[in-house]
Design a protein around this ligand. Structure first.
Ligand code: NAG
Ligand code: NAG
Ligand code: NAG
Ligand code: NAG
Ligand code: NAG
Ligand code: NAG
Ligand code: NAG
Ligand code: NAG
Length: 363
């Protein structure tokens, strides 16, 4: 009995030492990834953990996703590097590199990263031969994500548009939607009279699908993807906020037909007037602006003011297309004019004008 208990005592001491000094390089296991799971690296309770000398571990942190479900991750990194030669290398979800050492924010505010579903980042922690009492800690929190649907781009001169925020569901932080077509897809985030343009730091746009990302950009950075970019035939939007997220999309051929310049699209809202001001300053080009009521068919135009001495500008029935019909010639239009449709485009050949657009309930 005596012998056994002293052996257990020894084992206990050994275990305590090993967790404090002989950190291994354990990665997050698949079984640890579930909704509301919280993981501390390298163990502990989220507070700074001591690092031994000669430590070198590359932690890969994944927010997994397939075409139907997935997880996002909130990652909090605390920097407690003291040794002048000890270092933490971070590679974020876009592949950008950051170096943290005993000069960069040690002991200060933690660094926070959000990994939307289908992305990953890495954190490499390195200490040199001399023990310098360096520390670090990473806390990862997983949230269920709603992936999909995948929607086919409409053809036949129909307008493609979506309010991405309608994909959000109770209990899921991120929601995504993928638009897929037979040609590269261009899109613009619509501005609205009320909110301007959505400002969401953690919303993302992927060129491609969740399973095949060619490029991922924050919404604020991407804002709109115009011709000249080489794009795949799919685009995926990811949101984590309830705010109105209106997008208008065009297959490449719609913009290739004539010398078209696209102005960012406009969302016509319920309670608020969208002021439109348009002037074509590029002779030889046609300036196009797509207008969508994201809620229902019915748009009314008021306060039309032609500013230029001549005006060649039209309201056409859909996205720019050489077979779309002219609904209104702005040169001799009278307002208010009600359009019993959900969308149209301004096609500005040579005109400077202003007007106001609002949603209209057709009874
Ligand atoms: C996606 O992942 C979930 C959970 O990990 C799994 O239940 C589901 O079958 C997967 N779906 C596909 C299409 O792979
Ligand atoms: C960083 O390293 C230098 C050189 O060893 C040392 O003088 C300094 O005190 C260290 N800074 C912190 C915050 O530990
Ligand atoms: C233009 O619209 C017509 C129908 O209005 C459609 O048949 C045609 O495919 C469209 N062309 C392009 C290039 O989108
Ligand atoms: C995920 O966990 C949170 C917090 O416990 C909960 O509110 C939410 O409903 C859960 N979501 C799912 C999809 O289970
Ligand atoms: C276009 O594709 C090439 C090769 O895939 C890539 O190197 C380049 O960065 C892409 N351009 C843009 C604007 O994404
Ligand atoms: C991923 O997307 C690229 C660009 O569209 C495409 O060339 C490639 O074949 C796709 N890969 C898979 C596995 O689908
Ligand atoms: C319309 O555009 C298509 C595709 O660019 C082109 O083939 C066709 O000739 C055009 N039609 C007219 C009437 O301009
Ligand atoms: C509007 O003006 C255009 C020429 O600018 C003309 O072809 C058209 O018939 C006019 N429409 C009306 C309703 O006066």
């Amino acid at each position: 009995m005596l012998f056994l208990s002293s052996k257990m005592h020894l084992l206990f001491i050994f275990a305590t030492i090993s967790s404090a000094w002989a950190l291994d390089c354990t990665q997050i296991q698949d079984s640890q990834i579930f909704n509301a799971s919280r993981i501390f690296i390298p163990g502990g309770d989220g507070s700074l953990q001591p690092l031994p000398a000669h430590f070198n571990c590359l932690y890969t942190i994944k927010a997994p996703a397939n075409s139907t479900s997935g997880y996002s991750a909130n990652v909090v990194l605390r920097n407690g590097i003291r040794g002048v030669n000890d270092v933490i290398y971070v590679v974020d979800l876009q592949g950008k590199n950051y170096i943290m050492n005993n000069k960069t924010g040690i002991g200060g505010e933690p660094y926070e990263y959000v990994l939307p579903p289908g992305t990953q980042m890495s954190i490499q922690v390195i200490t040199k031969s001399v023990f310098m009492n360096s520390m670090f800690s990473v806390t990862v929190e997983y949230h269920a994500a709603k992936i999909g649907p995948t929607i086919e781009m409409k053809t036949n001169g129909e307008m493609n548009f979506i309010d991405v925020s309608t994909m959000r569901e109770e209990g899921y932080l991120y929601a995504t939607v993928t638009l897929i077509g037979l040609e590269p897809i261009y899109w613009s985030l619509s501005s609205s009279g009320h909110n301007g343009v959505l400002d969401c730091y953690d919303c993302y746009v992927i060129d491609g699908t969740i399973n095949n990302m060619t490029r991922i950009q924050t919404l604020n950075y991407a804002i709109s993807i115009r011709p000249n970019d080489n794009l795949s035939n799919a685009v995926t939007f990811m949101t984590c906020v309830d705010d109105f997220f209106p997008v208008v999309l065009n297959p490449k051929s719609e913009l290739d037909q004539v010398e078209i310049l696209m102005a960012p699209s406009v969302a016509v809202e319920h309670m608020f007037a969208s002021p439109i001001g348009m002037r074509n300053m590029e002779p030889g080009y046609v300036l196009v602006q797509e207008i969508v009521n994201f809620d229902w068919p019915g748009i009314v135009m008021t306060n039309l003011k032609i500013i230029s001495p001549v005006c060649k500008a039209y309201v056409i029935s859909g996205p720019p297309n050489n077979s779309s019909t002219i609904l209104l010639d702005l040169a001799n239009a009278t307002v208010p004019t009600v359009f019993g449709r959900q969308y149209f485009s301004f096609l500005n050949v040579d005109c400077e004008f202003e007007c106001t657009l609002k949603q209209f309930k057709i009874i």
